[in-house]
Design a protein. Structure first.
Length: 560
């Protein structure tokens, strides 16, 4: 069957369209649905009948309308112009669409994800006669003041450069010609395409050993995530998931940020779209958007595009990782993505699993997070990393539900966001008693080298004090604070200092919003010194465990 032969719609059920006459089509092939040529993707084949998830509103589409095959998988365009862009779930540029069609996305509209008319100053780094392979850098473009975009040989091309030239070029212009090993000539432009459901290849995955420094004390000190690691932040409504992801996007020491708003409320995503262009990159003083890509797929947009949006975002992130950069991806929230999977599964009439989610939910979640990693890049002697941080929104804050549990099986960091802490105005509302990080040991050598051996000892002792406080609270509720021994009173006082002056952090305070790793080590060292000194000199007749002067000194540590 030629790829331009058309099938015919036989059934429409929301975002699911069934078409017959699709013999020879393949799973994940992109099709154009109906008279308006809506964008869709085949997700199931039964003989010549294809089930298609449509990424646009299907009202008005009916049986008898044509379905055109494209012969290609859903792919993203990768090249200069990605940074600073705002896309929907299938990489349609929202700002370009707004200029062309107004404030609402017109059905069937097609706009190139990258500006094909803009000229970039291409600087060749490879020379004529040089042997090149996939992933090798042949030139650079200064995309923004903070990021130099490396132009790489696309996968599938290997051979000798027969021509290459620098100059002002459009992304579609041929910048180099390669004679392949079988004698063909291949033109290389500054833009390449990649199917979103296929992870980009790497030379080797290596053990992450460097922390992603976020400036958030509860994260960096107690529950760190490694560059190339995977973390999850489950929490009920109002517990601060979005704010902590904003903080990580702004302050983490990644080179590039990819932020996916996957099925969140329109007003929350609007805040992101309004705030991010105004934020200043603390590392360079330039706008944060110069190293950020935003994927905006809100809850009122087609449900099928939610499912594609996480793959669109992570493919773009992998592309920057392949340049040898450190990339951090924030997905807010993966629960909405899972709900999109559940809806499509129900419309396909598949056997439901737990709570109606498809039986393959766990494998899909694992496949997504496993695309994170610290890697050796293909075709170059460089390392890059992709850190994935996913927010999870369990209904009613129930952490035993399937999305949260399957996420915890895959990720190595669990930041448990607690609504009681949030209601008490304690932010970040990460519960220090139920959260964990499995990267602590892997990062030990780095932290010893940067902060000295005392940091690890102080961190362990601080966590012991916080755990002990939890045990003592029950006694205090029964018999009162005064009934405690002086040693236990000291634990309660130091734990209060740890909670209020170390774990709590004000995102809107210019000084407190970010704390360097060395300052965190100094703060916890000062608190532990006071504790050890008091423990040695404590007695039954002491009127106060910590003096007002000591409390004031400890409370001001964060502002120094």
């Amino acid at each position: 069957m030629s790829k331009d032969k058309k099938g015919m719609i036989t059934k429409v059920s929301g975002p699911l369209v069934v078409a017959k006459g699709m013999e020879g089509a393949s799973i994940y092939e992109v099709v154009r649905v109906g008279n308006e040529k809506l964008s869709g993707e085949i997700i199931e084949m039964r003989g010549g009948e294809a089930s298609i998830q449509v990424y646009e509103e299907t009202s008005g589409v009916g049986p008898g309308e044509p379905v055109e095959r494209t012969g290609t998988q859903l792919s993203v365009k990768l090249g200069p112009g990605l940074l600073g862009s705002i896309y929907d779930g299938i990489q349609r540029p929202l700002e370009a669409i707004a200029k062309e069609a107004g404030d609402f996305i017109t059905r069937g509209i097609e706009v190139s994800p990258l500006d094909e008319n803009k000229k970039w100053n291409f600087q060749a780094t490879a020379k004529k006669g040089e042997k090149v392979t996939a992933g090798q850098v042949i030139g650079t473009v200064k995309e923004t003041e903070t990021i130099t975009h490396k132009i790489m040989i696309p996968h599938g091309i290997k051979g000798e450069i027969i021509s290459i030239e620098s100059g002002e070029k459009k992304i579609t212009d041929i910048v180099a010609k390669i004679r392949t090993e079988d004698g063909r000539e291949e033109g290389v432009s500054m833009v390449q395409s990649w199917p979103i459901r296929s992870p980009r290849p790497v030379a080797e995955k290596i053990l992450p050993q460097t922390p992603l420094i976020t400036g958030q004390r509860v994260v960096d000190t107690f529950f760190p995530v490694a560059k190339g690691g995977a973390a999850s932040a489950p929490g009920p409504f109002g517990s601060g998931k979005t704010v902590i992801q904003h903080q990580l996007a702004k302050w983490s020491d990644a080179d590039v940020i990819v932020f996916i708003g996957c099925g969140e409320r329109g007003n929350e995503m609007t805040e992101v779209l309004q705030e991010f262009p105004e934020l200043e990159d603390p590392r360079s003083g330039k706008p944060l958007m110069e190293r950020t890509v935003l994927i905006a797929n809100t809850s009122n947009m087609p449900v099928a595009a939610r499912e594609a949006s996480v793959y669109t975002g992570i493919t773009i992130a992998e592309y920057f990782r392949d340049m040898g950069l450190d990339v951090a991806l924030m997905a807010d929230s993966t629960s909405r993505w899972a709900e999109a999977l559940r809806e499509m599964s129900a419309r396909l009439e598949e056997m439901p699993g737990e709570e109606g989610y498809p039986a393959y939910l766990g494998s899909r979640i694992a496949a997504f997070y496993e695309r994170a990693g610290q890697v050796k890049c293909v075709g170059k002697d460089e390392e890059g990393s992709l850190t994935v941080i996913g927010a999870v929104s369990p209904p009613g804050g129930d952490l035993s539900e399937p999305v949260t549990q399957n996420t915890l099986r895959t990720t190595k960091v669990f930041w448990s966001l607690d609504d009681e802490l949030a209601n008490a105005r304690h932010f970040p509302a990460i519960d220090w008693l139920s959260s964990y990080s499995l990267y602590t040991e892997d990062l030990g050598d780095y932290l010893d080298k940067e902060l000295g051996p005392d940091f690890k000892k102080n961190r362990t002792e601080a966590m012991r004090i916080l755990s002990k406080e939890s045990e003592l609270e029950e006694i205090v509720r029964l018999v009162g604070f005064e009934a405690l021994s002086p040693e236990d009173k000291l634990v309660m006082e130091i734990a209060k200092v740890m909670r209020e002056d170390f774990l709590m952090q004000n995102a809107f305070d210019d000084v407190d919003t970010f704390t360097s790793l060395k300052k965190q080590a100094t703060m916890i060292d000062e608190i532990m010194k006071v504790y050890e000194n008091k423990k040695e000199n404590i007695s039954e007749d002491m009127e106060e465990i910590l003096s007002e002067k000591e409390k004031e000194m400890l409370s001001q540590l964060k502002f120094k």
